[in-house]
Design a protein around this ligand. Structure first.
Ligand code: G6P
Length: 369
C-alpha cells in the first residue's frame, strides 16, 4: 500500500490529485479533431442516440449527482428532456415505460446492486436502449447494456468517490454533445468550442488543485462544527449536494445541501453563527440571484465560505470568506467547482482524525441491497 500511495497520505488525496490525468485519459477519444462521433459510446451508438427523444438517468450516491449535472446539460444544450432517478427508488416504483427513452446508468464500480436491479427492471419494461457509464470494463452493469462508455479514472480505492465523479462528468458532457449534434442543436463552431474546453479540463483542474493551502485553512475552522449548509443554483446545485455528501461521508459533520432559492422556504431558520454556509458561486447567469441569497445568510449572522470564480465580484468582509477559482468555465464549470469541495472534506476529515479511506459504516461498492 505504502508504495502505491507514493507521497500521499491517503488514497482519497491521491485520487483527488490524479484527476487531471484521469480526465486526460478519459478524454483521449476526442484528443484530435473538432468533431465528436457517437462511436465513442459503442458500434451501434449512432442509431440509438440518433433516435433518442428522452433520457432517463439512474444511479446511486456520487454517480447520481453526476446524473443531476447532466440533466442541466442535456436539456439546455441537446434540447432533450431528462429525468434522473435514484436507483433504489426507480426499481420499486410503478413508472411509465417508454421504449424510445435512452436509459443511462452511471456507476463507478458497475456492481452496485440497486443500479443493476434498476437497469434490469427498465429492460423488463421494454426499455432496451441502454447505456452504461462505468469505470470497470467487465462489470455486471456493463454486460447488461447495449452501449457503454468506460471512464478511465483508474482504480478508485477511497470509499468517497472523487476522480470517478469528474470522469463521469466528462463522459456525460460528451454524451450531451453527441445528442446535441444528432438533434441538430450544435453548429460546428460551438462543437469545436466545447471540445476545446473539454480538452483543456486537465489543465484547468490542475490549477484548481493549487488552491489546496487556502482550503486547508478553511478546513481547520470547519472541523469543530456540528453542521454545515451547502448552497448552489442551476447546474451547480448538484455540486453543492456532492460537497455535502463528501463532508458527511468522511468527516461525519452533518451537512445539507439546498438549491439556494429554497433557502427562504425552510433552511434559513437554521442559520446562525454556528452554521457555516458554503456557497458554490460561479460567475454565471444566476450569480446575482445567488448573491441576494448570500445576503440573507449574512443578515442572520451565518458565516459564509464562498467558492467564487474570478470575475464574481463578491468581496471579503466580516463573516464572508472568499476563495477565488482561477477562471469561469462555462458549461463545464461543475467539473472545476467540485474539486475544492473534495479538498475541503478531505482536510476537515484529517483535522478530525477519521479513517478517510474507509469511513465508518460505508462500503466502496454496495453489492447487496
Ligand atoms: C457507495 C460508495 C459511493 C458511490 C455509491 C455508488 O455508496 O460509497 O462513493 O457513489 O456507492 O457507487 P457506484 O459504484 O455505483 O458509482
Amino acid at each position: 500500500d505504502a508504495v502505491e500511495l507514493g507521497t500521499y497520505r491517503h488514497y482519497m488525496q491521491k485520487e483527488i490529485f490524479e484527476q487531471p490525468q484521469a480526465l486526460g485519459n478519459t478524454l483521449e477519444m476526442i484528443a484530435g479533431g473538432n468533431t465528436i462521433s457517437p462511436q465513442v459510446f459503442g458500434a451501434h451508438a449512432g442509431e440509438i442516440l440518433g433516435a433518442t427523444r428522452r433520457v432517463l438517468i439512474i444511479a446511486c450516491g456520487t454517480s447520481f449527482h453526476a446524473g443531476l449535472v447532466a440533466r442541466y446539460w442535456l436539456e439546455s444544450i441537446a434540447g432533450i428532456p431528462c429525468v434522473v432517478e435514484i436507483a433504489s427508488e426507480y426499481r420499486y416504483r410503478e413508472s411509465v415505460p417508454d421504449a424510445d427513452t435512452l436509459v443511462v446508468v452511471i456507476s463507478q464500480s458497475g456492481e452496485t446492486a440497486d443500479t443493476l436491479a434498476a437497469l434490469k427492471h427498465a429492460k423488463s419494461l421494454g426499455m432496451g436502449k441502454t447505456l452504461a457509464i462505468c469505470n470497470v470494463p467487465e462489470s455486471a452493469i456493463v454486460r447488461e447494456t447495449a452501449l457503454r462508455f468506460i471512464t478511465r479514472a483508474g482504480p478508485e480505492i477511497g470509499v468517497a468517490s472523487t476522480k470517478a465523479f469528474t470522469t463521469q462528468l466528462a463522459a456525460l458532457a460528451m454524451l450531451t454533445l453527441s445528442l446535441a449534434k444528432l438533434n441538430g442543436r450544435l453548429n460546428d463552431e460551438d462543437e469545436a468550442r466545447y471540445l476545446t474546453a473539454l480538452r483543456h479540463l486537465p489543465v484547468a483542474v490542475g490549477k484548481v488543485l493549487e488552491l489546496e493551502p487556502q482550503i486547508e485553512q478553511w478546513a481547520q475552522r470547519f472541523a469543530s462544527k456540528q453542521h454545515a449548509l451547502f448552497l448552489g443554483r442551476g447546474r451547480h446545485w448538484p455540486i453543492a449536494m456532492e460537497g455535502a455528501l463528501k463532508l458527511k461521508e468522511i468527516s461525519y459533520i452533518h451537512a445539507e445541501s439546498y438549491a439556494a432559492g429554497e433557502l427562504k422556504h425552510g433552511p434559513l431558520a437554521l442559520v446562525d453563527k454556528d452554521m457555516p454556509v458554503i456557497a458554490v458561486a460561479p460567475a454565471d447567469e444566476l450569480l446575482e440571484k445567488l448573491k441576494s441569497n448570500l445576503q440573507e445568510v449574512r443578515a442572520r449572522g451565518g458565516e459564509l465560505y464562498v467558492f467564487a470564480d474570478a470575475g464574481s465580484a463578491i468581496e471579503e468582509s466580516e463573516g464572508v470568506h472568499i476563495l477565488h477559482m482561477p477562471e469561469h468555465y462555462g458549461m463545464l464549470s461543475p467539473v472545476l467547482h467540485v474539486i475544492p469541495l473534495q479538498l475541503l472534506s478531505y482536510h476537515a476529515a484529517l483535522v478530525k482524525g477519521t479513517d478517510v479511506d474507509k469511513p465508518r459504516n460505508l462500503a466502496k461498492s454496495v453489492t447487496v441491497e
